[in-house]
Design a binder for this molecule. Sequence first.
Ligand SMILES: NC(=O)c1ccc[n+]([C@@H]2O[C@H](COP(=O)([O-])OP(=O)(O)OC[C@H]3O[C@@H](n4cnc5c(N)ncnc54)[C@H](OP(=O)(O)O)[C@@H]3O)[C@@H](O)[C@H]2O)c1
Length: 332
Amino acid sequence: MSVNRQILFASRPKGWVTEDNFRLVESPLPAPAEGQVLVRNHWLSLDPYMRGRMDEAKSYAKGAELGQVMVGGTVGVVLESKSPKFKSGDWVVGALGWQEYAAADAAALNRIDTAIAPASCYLGILGMPGVTAWMGLLDIAQLKPGETVVVSAASGAVGSVVGQLAKIQGCRAVGIAGGRTKCDYVVGELGFDACVDYKAGRLYADLKAAAPAGIDVCFENVGGEILDTELRLMNAFSRITVCGLVSQYNVTEPYPMKNLHSVLINRIRMQGFIVSDRLELWPRAIGELAGWLQAGKLKYRESVAEGLERAPAAFIGMLKGENFGKQLVRLV
Ligand SMILES: NC(=O)c1ccc[n+]([C@@H]2O[C@H](COP(=O)([O-])OP(=O)(O)OC[C@H]3O[C@@H](n4cnc5c(N)ncnc54)[C@H](OP(=O)(O)O)[C@@H]3O)[C@@H](O)[C@H]2O)c1
């Protein structure tokens, strides 16, 4: 236990990320300073936003720095504490990056309760993705019972929660996902009313059939052709919550939108949001999500890569849709 393995951000991708953009290194175990704790990370979260951090372009957050440990959410156990906030053995969630150990300020970590749910859930359904679904649907879109919600990347970490929350709120939930297997899971296991396989080549016709009363809330995770098609089916005074545009993260030429006139003629409210903008809502969101999870009203699925060295390949795979549910890396 004297060596820390880390994955550094080695070079900027142009278009698609490659494994060469990362470098695995070994370094001495860090020592916590006063006010810090030493954490053994057990789980690393892989998320689409990390692709944006690898670019130099202006964004809502500062980019990752070349030569530094790649940024990322983590769950782990405190091994040594120099802070009154934690004792050794505590489970914590934070953003300690792609590494096995970290010395971190206690103020930047939160304790998690593994009696409520397994530790990995605090990177998924009870973590940032779950809160994103809750905030985008209930706060930003102001969902009302009886409405039709369409969510893209529906089997993924955020999308899977969006549709289940829509059902809990008494709405019609329609997913869009890649492939029959994911769509069958979204309907059969998660309880959505319908799911459209965008890879089947009949996106507009299938979405129209799945949302016969039109779309009241579009929870957008993908963008590009999917968003452009949804625009053709939006109702008057509907809302589009722009959560993510994952189809556009690795392209050099953005998809040219053709149907923006729908925003005008349907008086659509289209709003982007970033989940970290409203930190004051997180405790309430996590509390409600935990309640529904414990009551058996929310289900989740995880794709787990084994070992830090597999993180780059798993990250690239997730951006290509190879994950099925929340993409994680098991570090212990
Ligand atoms: N605004 C915020 O604060 C916030 C916070 C968290 C996440 N997000 C965004 O939410 C979205 C979902 O994130 P997540 O963590 O839940 O990831 P995820 O859905 O678990 O994984 C990404 C999924 O995107 C889909 N995808 C990738 N390329 C695609 C393409 N060209 N066309 C259609 N689908 C494609 C794939 O699903 P298929 O196999 O179905 O294609 C893939 O599984 C992302 O856009 C992310 O940036 C935003």
